[in-house]
Write a protein of this length. Structure first.
Length: 405
């Protein structure tokens, strides 16, 4: 029974084709991705610069699971997340593995999780260095950048910043996390996996999004494509459907969750330094890396849904769903939104899409106490999922609806 429930509750939204203004928070996050910040982190994660996690300066020379640099990297990643105000958690597995997690609770639906992730372990093994700057230092540092940028903002859904261990041994760390989430029936809105996002040998700017018809993965892919167009990235994107299963997004597919992989053109322009001691920062395309990070950050923010209440920090809204309902739901033509007011109050009742854009305004202004009803004409919306939002003072109510094909 878990999969149908998860597919409904954890649905990432297909989006309307209407031209609307960008959400200012998502735009701000996309614009703020900083290549100097990414490079600073990667210099340390790939062993070019020393780190100090309490035992003096040390170089992370290899992040292979069997080498001491793996544990050193795990400690340093926790240090970086803590510096941004998070409380990092180590998720141990298999006796040797350690996933590093940081959680930003959602203000409205803390139970619904958006996972943005990469793997910090590395190849090759043995006594040689394994800097793994591209695979997957680039994705791991993009996760750190997402955590840095999102720290001051509030979102409706919870964001999990995840750095997996033992990906190179068969997606072991992410399999453990996704399996535990499924066993607890956790609603995951979607996972955005970034693995090897910084090499562009032929300079064509092509990147790939891997998705397949599992959970709401295709809707997440559509959200990423919309972020690319709406927020001015205009990246050269190819979609692999059905996508490959060689990275951590596949762990979520195994459990029926929606997920995508953002990756360089691994199909036709693979990094010749892949899994070698020469996978170094000097071989990466920095502008390309920043662009793919922007796509990952923007997609994550869109799925998490920025929380617009200006008083969210000082006076958190009281999230509710009772007293607000839509019938019939799923909607095809016209449905009715019904709500109950306990007192006369100004209300803004609207429908929003995956990138937080208001696509329908049903009411704005005073409403009298008691039962109210409004028509919702969904014929102008493309099929997919949306949220009906009720905002009144410090109260926010939301109901998810599905626009039927």
């Amino acid at each position: 029974m878990r999969l149908p429930l998860r597919a409904l509750v954890g649905l990432a939204f297909a989006v309307t084709a209407r031209v609307q203004a960008q959400h200012p928070v998502v735009q701000a996050l996309v614009d703020a991705v900083d290549i100097d910040s990414l490079v600073w982190d990667l210099e340390r994660l790939s062993g070019q610069e020393p780190v100090d996690v309490g035992a003096g300066d040390q170089l992370i020379l290899s992040r292979h699971k069997s080498n001491p640099g793996n544990a050193l990297a795990a400690d340093w990643l926790q240090q970086r997340l803590a510096a941004y105000g998070y409380t990092p958690v180590v998720q141990p597995f298999g006796g040797t593995g350690e996933n590093i997690l940081a959680v930003k609770p959602g203000a409205v639906h803390p139970e619904r999780k958006v996972v943005v992730c990469g793997h910090y372990d590395a190849m090759p093994g043995g006594p040689v260095n394994a800097p793994a700057a591209d695979d997957d230092g680039s994705g791991s540092c993009a996760v750190l950048e997402a955590a840095r940028l999102m720290a001051p903002y509030t979102f409706e859904n919870t964001i999990v910043f995840a750095l997996w261990d033992e990906e190179e041994q068969g997606l072991v760390g992410s399999h453990y996390y996704a399996g535990a989430a499924a066993a607890s029936d956790e609603p995951i809105v979607g996972a955005v996996n970034m693995d090897a996002i910084a090499y562009d040998g032929d300079g064509d700017g092509l990147l790939r999004i891997h998705a397949r018809n599992t959970g709401n993965s295709l809707a997440i892919k559509d959200t990423a494509l919309l972020v690319n167009s709406v927020y001015g990235l205009d990246l050269n994107i190819a979609v692999n459907n059905p996508g490959a299963t060689y990275s951590d997004h596949a762990s979520f597919w195994t459990e029926g969750y929606g997920a995508i992989l953002i990756i360089e053109d691994f199909d036709n322009d693979g990094n010749p330094h892949y899994h070698t001691p020469t996978d170094l920062l000097e071989h990466l395309d920095l502008a390309y890396w920043r662009s793919l990070t922007q796509l990952g950050v923007g997609t994550t923010a869109a799925l998490a849904i920025p929380y617009d209440n200006a008083t969210a920090v000082a006076h958190p809204a009281r999230p509710r769903s009772e007293g607000l309902e839509v019938h019939p739901n799923p909607v095809a033509g016209t449905s009715q939104v019904r709500c109950t007011l306990e007192s006369t109050a100004p209300v803004r009742l609207s429908v929003v899409d995956a990138v937080g854009r208001e696509v329908l305004l049903l009411h704005e202004g005073l409403l009298a106490r008691g039962r109210q009803a409004f028509d919702l004409d969904a014929r102008g919306l493309v099929p997919g999922a949306y949220v009906v939002r009720w905002a009144s003072g410090d109260e926010l109510r939301t109901v998810r609806i599905v626009r039927a094909p």
